[in-house]
Design a protein around this ligand. Structure first.
Ligand SMILES: Nc1ncnc2c1ncn2[C@@H]1O[C@H](COP(=O)(O)OP(=O)(O)OP(=O)(O)O)[C@@H](O)[C@H]1O
Ligand SMILES: [Mg+2]
Length: 285
């Protein structure tokens, strides 16, 4: 039996399942980075809380001395603990705790929003908001390797399935970051959106190695990947292309070896009749 025969006889998973498992695979790629990013604010909160406990004990002691030994004893103790410094440091410590807790909360919220299986409902999708939160999530995994530049001036909402559009953005951003993993210097990803009244265009351009001519025609093929099996299933781009086409738009690529790769997503503002009729139709991947 040839390898292509064995492929056609193998039971292929339901296409809806494929989209869901690709989503989980993408999340798995992000988890290590998010855990690392969570560690920073939690360490800040923990360290600040230790100081806070000490300050609260000192203030308690100050009140006790005032009540039990009188104002002179309290004054001497205030000098001992450097009360003026404590007064200025206390609000700083509290706001640093608040900032740390807020940052941790935002990261968890973004991950949760991405992980929730989306109800296939066509609604006006805020492309700009989705881009910002997806960049924040991806940034946490690639902070030391890639810088991001986001220009989202003209970007009206488009009629579509929010989770599916988010999945396309995530796939393209992760691909771009992975392409720059081996660079000796920082990589750069520039994201631009524009609209012409009919369509919204989202351009994701990286300055990675580019895609060789023999690979380029194959990148939208299901299961085609140049990555190790642990790193890539080869479903990110075909699923993303199907999602864009189902929305009545397209996903195209332009790449120059040694210079970088640009993916352009086109989405019609009004959505597509096919999507509006049945947003949950399985994708043929
Ligand atoms: N920005 C890019 N720069 C260079 N090569 C890219 C880029 N994006 C995609 N590719 C190439 O296209 C191939 C297919 O991409 P696709 O997203 O479909 O699968 P994958 O990333 O290999 O695996 P998965 O997305 O399932 O984790 C990649 O293996 C890679 O060779
Ligand atoms: Mg991919």
């Amino acid at each position: 039996m040839s390898s292509s025969d064995s492929q056609t006889t193998r039971r292929r998973p339901d296409t809806g399942q494929l989209v869901a498992s690709e989503r989980l695979h993408t999340m798995g790629q992000l988890v290590a980075g998010v855990i690392h990013e969570l560690n920073n604010p939690l360490t800040i909160v923990g360290t600040n809380l230790q100081v806070l406990v000490e300050y609260v004990q000192q203030q308690q002691e100050l009140i006790d001395r005032y009540e039990n030994q009188g104002p002179e004893a309290a004054k001497a103790y205030a000098e001992e603990i450097d009360l003026p410094y404590l007064r200025t440091d206390l609000p700083r410590i509290l706001s640093s705790c608040q900032e740390g807790a807020l940052r941790a909360r935002q990261l968890v919220d973004e991950l949760r929003r991405y992980s929730i299986a989306n109800s296939p409902e066509v609604t006006p999708v805020d492309v700009k908001g989705n881009l910002s939160s997806t960049v924040r999530l991806v940034e946490s995994s690639y902070r030391n390797k890639v810088t991001f530049e986001l220009h989202t001036e003209q970007c009206p909402p488009v009629m579509g399935v929010n989770g599916q559009i988010q999945q396309v953005l995530m796939n393209l951003l992760i691909n771009a970051c992975q392409a720059m993993n081996d660079r000796p210097t920082m990589g750069h990803i520039s994201i631009r959106t524009r609209g012409d009244g009919t369509n919204v265009y989202i351009e994701i351009a990286d300055n990675g190695p580019g895609i060789p001519a023999d690979v380029l025609p194959r990148i939208f093929e299901p299961y085609f990947s140049t990555k190790s099996p642990a790193d890539g299933t080869g479903l990110g781009l075909p699923i993303s292309k199907r999602i864009c086409e189902k929305h009545g738009g397209s996903l195209v690529v332009a790449s120059t070896v040694g210079q970088g790769t640009t993916f352009t997503i086109t989405l019609p503002v009004e959505g597509s009749p096919e999507l509006l009729a049945d947003p949950s139709l399985p994708y043929e991947v």
